[in-house]
Design a protein around this ligand. Structure first.
Ligand SMILES: Cc1cc2nc3c(=O)[nH]c(=O)nc-3n(C[C@H](O)[C@H](O)[C@H](O)COP(=O)(O)OP(=O)(O)OC[C@H]3O[C@@H](n4cnc5c(N)ncnc54)[C@H](O)[C@@H]3O)c2cc1C
Length: 376
C-alpha cells in the first residue's frame, strides 16, 4: 500500500503532523527507531507556555497549540494537571517587568498579585523574599510521559494511523522511505527527528543553525506542598521572549548579571510543576554544544535548588529514587549562542533577523522538513 503521508519520528512534532493529516482523512504511517517514544517529548515539563512566547506568530501558534491539546486531551484520556502560570518576583526589576507585561497586549487576561494576594493564591511560598507576581491563565500542564503514548494510542485507535516502532529510517525519497524493516511507500514524508541533526538531511538542518542543548531537571519528593499552577521566577523572565523582549527586561537582566551570574552562565531558571503523586519537577539548565556531555552536574542541581529555595519556604528534598532519570535531557534549539552572552537578548534576535531574514527562537526547530513527491 502507499500511504498519503509517512511521518518519521513519534515525538510530539511527529504526532502533531500525524494528527493534522489523519484528521483530514489522509492515510498515515508513523515510523520511529525506538520501541516507544523516548526523546525530549517524554522528558519535559509538559508545560504549554503561552504568555512566555514572543508576541505575533509564535504567540498565536502557542495559543493554537493549547487549543489542540485541550481538544485531544479528553478523547485521548490525558489529564490537564495545571491551568495557569504564576510568575513570582523577587527583585523590584522583576516586578516592574511583570507590571509592564500586564499592561501590554500580551498581558490581556493576566492578573497582577500583591505579596499578600500571592500568599492567598499559592501556599508554601517564601513570601518574605517575594514582592508580588503575575498570574497568566493561558498555560496548561500535562504529564508528558503519559500523554505521548496516549496520543499515539488515540491516533492508532480512533484515527487509524499505523505505527512502526523499532524501525529506523535510513533514506527518504518519496514515494519510498527506506527503513531497517524494508521500504515503506508514501506520497509525502514529514521528517521530525528531534535532536538527531546528522541522520537525515544533515545539510538542510545545518543551514538552520540548530544546536543541541542539554537540560537538567530534578524531581522533588512530595512534601505536602500543592501547586495551584506552574510557577516560574525572575530568572525565567529573562529567558522567555514574551517577557524578555520588553524594554523593562534590560534592568532585570543587568541586576541578575550582577547577583546571579553563575545561574545565567549555566542557563538556569526555575520552573516548578507538580505531578499527580505530589512530587515536583523542577528545573532547568541549558548547555549548548554539538554533543553536550551526558553527565549531570551537582553544581547545576544546586543552582536550580537555590532558586527553588528563594521562591518556596520549605527546603526541597530531592527524591533520590526519581531524580536520576530526570537529570539528563537533550533537545535541539535553533538559536546560536551569541558571542559570550548568557541568553539571547533583543539585540541577538535583531542581529539574527538582519543576517538571516527571520528570527530563530525555541520551537523553530519544530518546523519539520517536508518532502513532496517530485512532479512526474
Ligand atoms: C528538559 C526539557 C524540558 C522541556 N520542557 C518543555 C515544556 O515544558 N514545554 C514545551 O513545549 N517544550 C519543552 N521542551 C521542548 C520539547 O520537549 C521539545 O521541543 C519537543 O519534545 C521536541 O519534540 P520532537 O518530536 O521534535 O523530538 P523527540 O521527542 O526527540 O522525537 C524525535 C523522535 O524521532 C525519532 N527519530 C529520529 N531519527 C529517526 C530516524 N532516522 N528513524 C526513525 N526515528 C527517528 C526519535 O527516536 C524520536 O522518538 C523541553 C525539552 C527538554 C529537553
Amino acid at each position: 500500500m502507499t500511504y498519503d503521508l509517512a511521518v518519521v519520528g513519534a515525538g510530539i512534532v511527529g504526532l502533531a503532523h500525524a494528527l493534522a493529516a489523519a484528521s483530514r482523512g489522509l492515510s498515515v504511517v508513523v515510523i520511529d527507531r525506538d520501541a516507544q517514544a523516548n526523546g525530549a517529548s517524554i522528558r519535559n515539563f509538559g508545560l504549554v507556555v503561552v504568555s512566555g512566547e514572543e508576541p505575533g506568530r509564535q504567540r498565536r501558534l502557542a495559543e493554537r497549540s493549547r487549543e489542540i491539546w485541550l481538544e485531544v486531551a479528553r478523547p485521548a484520556g490525558i489529564e490537564v494537571l495545571h491551568t495557569g502560570l504564576l510568575a513570582v518576583a523577587q527583585r523590584p526589576e522583576a516586578l516592574a517587568l511583570l507590571e509592564a507585561f500586564a499592561a501590554s497586549e500580551s498581558g490581556a487576561g493576566c492578573t497582577l498579585l500583591s505579596q499578600e494576594e500571592l500568599g492567598r493564591r499559592q501556599g508554601g511560598l517564601n513570601l518574605g523574599n517575594l514582592r508580588g507576581g503575575l498570574l497568566s491563565p493561558a498555560e496548561i500542564r500535562i504529564e508528558s510521559r503519559e500523554a505521548i503514548p496516549r496520543i499515539a494510542a488515540y491516533l492508532e485507535g480512533e484515527l487509524k494511523v499505523d505505527f512502526r516502532f523499532a524501525t529506523t529510517v535510513s533514506g527518504v525519497s518519496p514515494p519510498v522511505v527506506e527503513t531497517s524493516s524494508g521500504p515503506i511507500r508514501a506520497g509525502k514524508v514529514v521528517v521530525c527527528p528531534g535532536d538527531d541533526l546528522t541522520g537525515l538531511f544533515p545539510e538542510l538542518i545545518a543551514r538552520h543553525e540548530v544546536q543541541r542543548c542539554k537540560l537538567q531537571m530534578l524531581r522533588l519528593a512530595p512534601s505536602g506542598l500543592r501547586l495551584a499552577s506552574a510557577v516560574v521566577s525572575d530568572l525565567s523572565l529573562v529567558r522567555y521572549p514574551g517577557y524578555a523582549l520588553l524594554p523593562e527586561a534590560s534592568a532585570l537582566r543587568a541586576r541578575l548579571e550582577d547577583d546571579s551570574a553563575e545561574a545565567l552562565r549555566n542557563g538556569v531558571h526555575m520552573i516548578a510543576v507538580q505531578s499527580a503523586d505530589g512530587s515536583l519537577v523542577v528545573g532547568d539548565s541549558h548547555h549548548y554544544g554539538k554533543t553536550p556531555d551526558p553527565f549531570g552536574s551537582e553544581a547545576v542541581d544546586a543552582l536550580i535548588l537555590r532558586e527553588f529555595g528563594a521562591v518556596f519556604a520549605k527546603s526541597p528534598t530531592v527524591s533520590r529514587a526519581l531524580d536520576r532519570h530526570l537529570r539528563l535531557r537533550t533537545g535541539a534549539r535553533a538559536f546560536p549562542r551569541a558571542g559570550g552572552r548568557r541568553c539571547p537578548s533583543r539585540d541577538d534576535h535583531q542581529r539574527h533577523r538582519r543576517q538571516h531574514g527571520f528570527r530563530h527562537w525555541r520551537g523553530n526547530h519544530k518546523r519539520a522538513i517536508q518532502l513532496k513527491r517530485p512532479a512526474a
